[in-house]
Ligand binder design. Structure first.
Ligand SMILES: C[S@@+](CC[C@H](N)C(=O)[O-])C[C@H]1O[C@@H](n2cnc3c(N)ncnc32)[C@H](O)[C@@H]1O
Length: 295
């Protein structure tokens, strides 16, 4: 999710190394030197919590008030569940589950939810969590055979693909999902009009892609795209923007109002007379959700 205060440098740069999604995770499983991205997330997973329990490590680590992270939490849960429910699957695989906040949230609606992640720390934490539900399973992303054994039907990916630098790695991830037997997917990511790379401490952190870049990656992997939804509440929502403009003065307890603020923003943006696509051309970063099929 948004890097908040930790992005030191923003730059467009040449891509030096070629890495596929499965190769990176397999590398870690073979006890070889972990990738820079894996080291980054292992470090992040052990960071002290700034605000709401658990989520600032996977959302905005710089959010001291907690309102923004609570808003992002409700925003992503609302759209992910809405689209997953249309998928007709009973076994969901979440790629890049982090703290398991979405895995546990959707578990009430499906027979089984498998969360996998690049970070061994996050997986250990999720397995030991007091709020873990009986129908959730957490595995390392490198454990391809174990993941396949659970026969996942639907894949959920939220704010993870942005951490794959090469577009070919995005296509490789979806090809791997097909090998697992996954038939449908729900992908929620940031988007921008033009592809944009962000670095942290001089190293690649995210590539925020345009909708058309995502569509091309998915089509190259042989996916069928059913729906593309631009999501504009974050940054473009009236209450979100108002709260950001007075953020320094918000009391910590203000985060309890974030769910209400999100749903009011959603209704204002999503109303029958609004054209959601106008948000895409706004100067503010928005998100997008793509759902589709892998068969
Ligand atoms: C921004 S966090 C989002 C976590 C979770 N999806 C959520 O929305 O709460 C990104 C997560 O992706 C994981 N990740 C990054 N690259 C990955 C990869 N190649 N395979 C699996 N997980 C990865 C990170 O370890 C981290 O937990």
């Amino acid at each position: 999710m948004g890097p908040g205060g930790i992005v030191c440098q923003v730059a467009h740069r040449a891509h030096a190394c070629k890495q596929s999604w499965p190769d990176e995770t397999m590398m870690a499983s073979q006890e070889e030197k972990p990738s820079a991205m894996k080291r980054f997330w292992e470090e992040r997973s052990t960071e002290k919590q700034q605000t709401l329990p658990g989520i600032s490590r996977v959302l905005d680590p710089g959010d001291k008030v907690g309102f923004k992270n609570r808003y992002l939490d409700v925003f992503s849960k609302y759209y992910v569940l809405k689209h997953l429910k249309r998928s007709n699957g009973s076994v969901v695989l979440e790629i890049g589950c982090g703290t398991g906040r979405l895995t546990e949230y959707i578990a009430d609606h499906f027979a089984k939810v498998i969360g996998c992640d690049l970070s061994d720390n996050f997986i250990a934490e999720c397995n030991a969590s007091a709020v873990k539900k009986p129908n959730t399973v957490y595995l390392r992303a490198a454990d391809h055979d174990a993941i396949r054994l659970h026969k996942p039907e639907v894949a959920l990916i939220c704010w993870v693909v942005q951490h794959l630098e090469q577009d070919e790695d995005v296509s490789a991830l979806f090809r791997t999902l097909r090998e697992y037997g996954v038939k449908r997917f729900v992908l929620l990511e940031h988007n921008r009009i033009v592809d944009h790379i962000e670095e942290v401490k001089g190293a690649f952190y995210t590539k925020v892609r345009s909708i058309s870049t995502y569509q091309n990656c998915l089509l190259r992997a042989g996916c069928t795209i059913d729906e593309v939804c631009p999501l504009g509440e974050v940054n473009a929502g009236s209450l979100y923007r108002l709260s950001m403009s007075i953020y320094g003065r918000l009391p910590k307890r203000a985060h309890v109002l974030a769910p209400l603020a999100f749903h009011i923003d959603r209704l204002l943006i999503d109303g029958p007379r609004r054209d959601r696509n106008t948000l895409i051309s706004s100067k503010y970063t928005t998100d997008m959700l793509i759902s589709g099929r892998l068969d």
